[in-house]
Design a protein around this ligand. Structure first.
Ligand SMILES: Nc1ncnc2c1ncn2[C@@H]1O[C@H](COP(=O)(O)OP(=O)(O)OP(=O)(O)O)[C@@H](O)[C@H]1O
Ligand SMILES: [Mg+2]
Length: 189
């Protein structure tokens, strides 16, 4: 099932983890590491395989419209590098994985035949997710997929964990994390 809206209300959000990646092929394995870590923190490892498969497809599509697709890009291509943002949202009984890119074109599920070269990524997302869709953001759009979390996610964030931000707030640097990094660097010098 697809949907053109933010798939959750802020008051239902239990956890949010998000990170920005340079829009190149490296974003696929690095976003998988990030998601694996976030899911283990939330005790949601049972759905890890599906989340990672979905994220790989969504991040690959986001790179295609945002940055550089080639595995070994030429120097002049690197000038076009943008960012894609990956956000994992924990709700009481489900998680939503969102991938933000700079294009306002919505994704389009394609009909694929045996000899089709592409068009399989979103078919896979549709198979694995309870529902998926996209919504417009100020700088482009977010494509999201929702999966049931079994067992339900823990009631409360662990100490120091951030609560959900507004769905249309662009993922950006985590100010608290940057302050901790600066304090650590100051202490080291
Ligand atoms: N983030 C996106 N922004 C804009 N258009 C998108 C995005 N993701 C997908 N699309 C559109 O939807 C189509 C289908 O996407 P899908 O991932 O299913 O197939 P593909 O990327 O073309 O091929 P494959 O994933 O099999 O390598 C794409 O060809 C593209 O036109
Ligand atoms: Mg694709």
């Amino acid at each position: 099932m697809t949907c053109q809206e933010v798939p959750y209300q802020t008051r239902h959000v239990r956890f949010v983890d998000q990170l920005s990646f340079v829009a190149a092929q490296s974003a696929v394995p690095t976003s998988r590491h990030f998601l694996r870590f976030a899911l283990s923190k939330w005790q949601a490892t049972l759905i890890q395989d599906d989340v990672l498969l979905i994220a790989s497809e969504l991040v690959t599509n986001a790179i295609t419209v945002t940055g550089v697709v080639a595995a070994k890009p030429a120097w002049d291509e690197l000038e076009r590098l943008g960012l894609v943002h990956v956000r994992l949202v924990g709700l009481p009984d489900s998680v939503v994985v969102e991938v933000w890119d700079v294009s306002d074109e919505p994704p389009r599920l394609q009909r694929v035949g045996d000899d089709s070269e592409g068009g399989r990524g979103l078919v896979l997302v549709q198979e694995l997710a309870t529902r998926w869709g996209s919504y417009r953001t100020t700088g482009g759009k977010a494509v999201w997929a929702q999966l049931a979390a079994r067992p339900p996610l823990p009631q409360r964030p662990q100490s120091g964990e951030r609560q959900g931000s507004h769905p249309d707030t662009p993922p950006g640097p985590d100010a608290a994390l940057l302050r901790r990094v600066r304090a650590g660097l100051d202490a080291a010098w």
